[in-house]
Design a protein around this ligand. Structure first.
Ligand SMILES: Nc1ncnc2c1ncn2[C@@H]1O[C@H](COP(=O)(O)OP(=O)(O)OP(=O)(O)O)[C@@H](O)[C@H]1O
Ligand SMILES: [Mg+2]
Length: 207
């Protein structure tokens, strides 16, 4: 399975969620290749420091992504791609190669409106690829998990995109990279964050 994390906006949780996804898949005994497609490469250090058997590739050139992802996917059970912010050719390339695209999104209606541009790109990819990739929105930094405002739900429905329960705003998520850990390695103080993230991982990998 090839998972792509992308969105038009920066700072919405693409790296946080993609690193956790890779670590989760390894915990489930899958072989995993992590592609850091963001030239800022903030995921790479985190992945290295985790010390887990995750093969790291840094590929931010769109042509190279297009050429190499299928080959890499043949060498592992799963590929996780952490995309850059923005609607670049790299984002397009991820949508042309992923089986599942997840769009982390901030908690406000403005964040959702910004995400609609990425949803448009997704539709174009789906048209070109007979329905692939699937696309799901992940609300992040919510005041309360699963508690999207009625306006947000309405707007997501208008966009015609599925929405996960998402993640709430928690210090443990913000602290994880600095501790070179994922939240389920962070002990009792991160228990709620750990539950929430593992629930999301189950949903992202189901089926
Ligand atoms: N649910 C959350 N609660 C608290 N902090 C969070 C949460 N999700 C992400 N963060 C923090 O928000 C910041 C942005 O997250 P992250 O780097 O994962 O986003 P990104 O979409 O990859 O950003 P960029 O576009 O810059 O690559 C980071 O400091 C991260 O620790
Ligand atoms: Mg990032």
């Amino acid at each position: 399975m090839i998972y792509g994390l992308t969105n038009s906006k920066g700072g919405v949780g693409k790296t946080t969620i993609s690193v956790h996804l890779a670590a989760w898949l390894v915990k489930k005994k899958r072989t995993v290749i992590f592609i850091d497609a963001d030239p800022q490469s903030s995921a790479s250090q985190w992945i290295r420091e985790l010390g887990l058997p995750i093969k790291l590739e840094q590929i931010s050139e769109p042509e190279e992504l297009i050429l190499r992802v299928a080959k890499l996917a043949a060498d592992a059970n799963d590929v996780v791609i952490d995309g850059p912010a923005g609607l670049s050719a790299t984002t397009r390339a991820i949508m042309l190669r992923a089986d599942r695209v997840f769009l982390p999104c901030g908690p406000s209606i403005l964040d959702l409106r910004a995400a609609s541009k990425a949803v448009q790109l997704l539709r174009e990819a789906q048209k070109a690829r007979k329905g692939k990739p699937t696309g799901v929105l992940i609300p992040n930094k919510l005041q309360k998990r699963g508690r999207l405002s009625r306006e947000m739900m309405g707007a997501a429905k208008q966009l015609g995109i599925n929405v996960k329960a998402g993640l709430s705003q928690r210090q443990a998520f913000a602290d994880a990279a600095g501790q070179a850990k994922v939240v389920w390695q962070m002990g009792a103080g991160a228990l709620l964050a750990s539950h929430e993230m593992q629930q999301l991982m189950k949903e992202m990998t189901r089926g």
